[in-house]
Design a protein around this ligand. Structure first.
Ligand SMILES: C[S@@+](CC[C@H](N)C(=O)[O-])C[C@H]1O[C@@H](n2cnc3c(N)ncnc32)[C@H](O)[C@@H]1O
Length: 237
C-alpha cells in the first residue's frame, strides 16, 4: 500500500494542528442503510454507563464531550488530546480539556468510571501502552468506549483515486482482539455509514484533508455521490 500522508508521524501532527481538516471530514458522514449513526451509538454507550466521571482521549474538537455534558450536566468530564488546537477548541465549547498523550495521562490510578477513545487509537504510536494507561485510570468495573473504522472504510473512493484502503493498526477487524489483551469483556457492533459528497469538488476537498496526491487523482464525476464507510463501536470492561 502506498502510505498516505495521514500515516506518517509528522503528517499526523500537521493534520491535527488546526480543526479545519477534521471538521471537513466529519461533515460528510450520514447514517447508512440501517439509519444508525455511529456517534449516536457511541454517545449511547457512554450514557448507558451512567457516568459520574469521564476521560476522553484524542477528543478532537470536543463536540462529543459537549453533547454528553449537555445530557449529564453534573458529570466530571475531562477531555485530552495531543494537539493544542483541539484542546483549545474543546475548551471553547466549555469542556474541561488538557493536552496529554494517550500513553501518559496526567491522572491518578482509578479516577474515572468511563473512558472514551473515538477514532483515535489508530494514531497512537504504542497501542498497548495507551490501552494500559486507559485501564490504569479506569476504576474497577469502569468501561472503555471506543470507535474505529474497518479496513474497507471509504475504500471505493480511495481506489477510484488510485489509492488503497487505509489499513491501520486498529481496524474494526482487529479491535476486539487488541482490547481483549487488556480488558476481560469486550462488545463489538459494526455499523455501515455513508459519506455523501454534493459534487466532485467536495470529494476532492475531503481527500485533500489527508492526501494531496489522491485528491488530484480523483477522476471527475457529475452530481452528488456517496460511498460506504465501515465503523465499529466497542466497549471493554
Ligand atoms: C480522527 S481525530 C478524532 C477526534 C475525535 N475523537 C472525533 O471523533 O472527532 C484523532 C484525534 O486524536 C488525536 N491524537 C492523535 N494521536 C494522539 C495521541 N498519541 N495522544 C492523544 N491524542 C492523539 C489527534 O490530535 C486528533 O484530535
Amino acid at each position: 500500500m502506498r502510505p498516505t500522508e495521514m500515516t506518517t508521524p509528522d503528517a499526523m501532527i500537521t493534520q491535527y494542528s488546526s480543526t479545519e481538516r477534521l471538521a471537513t471530514r466529519r461533515g460528510v458522514w450520514r447514517p447508512g442503510p440501517e439509519g444508525v449513526s455511529p456517534t449516536d451509538v457511541l454517545r449511547g454507550a457512554i450514557l448507558d454507563a451512567q457516568p459520574t466521571s469521564v476521560i476522553e482521549i484524542g477528543c478532537g474538537t470536543g463536540h462529543l464531550a459537549r453533547s454528553v455534558m449537555d445530557v449529564v450536566p453534573d458529570v466530571d468530564y475531562v477531555a485530552t488530546d495531543l494537539s493544542p488546537a483541539m484542546v483549545t477548541s474543546a475548551a471553547a465549547l466549555g469542556v474541561p480539556a488538557t493536552v496529554a498523550p494517550a500513553d501518559d495521562l496526567p491522572f491518578p490510578d482509578q479516577t474515572f468510571d468511563v473512558a472514551v477513545a473515538a477514532w483515535m487509537l489508530y494514531h497512537v504510536p504504542d497501542l498497548d501502552a495507551a490501552l494500559r494507561e486507559l485501564r490504569r485510570v479506569l476504576r474497577p468495573g469502569g468501561v472503555l468506549v471506543v470507535a474505529t473504522n474497518g479496513a474497507e472504510h471509504l475504500a471505493d473512493l480511495l481506489r477510484e483515486a488510485g489509492g488503497e484502503p487505509l489499513v491501520t493498526q486498529f481496524t474494526s477487524e482487529v479491535a476486539e482482539e487488541m482490547l481483549g489483551r487488556h480488558f476481560s469483556h469486550v462488545t463489538h457492533r459494526d455499523i455501515e455509514t455513508r459519506a455523501t459528497f454534493e459534487d466532485h469538488a467536495a470529494a476532492v476537498a475531503y481527500l485533500a484533508t489527508f492526501d494531496a496526491e489522491l485528491s488530484r487523482a480523483l477522476p471527475p464525476f457529475d452530481g452528488p455521490r456517496s460511498y460506504a464507510g465501515s465503523t465499529a463501536i466497542l466497549t471493554a470492561r
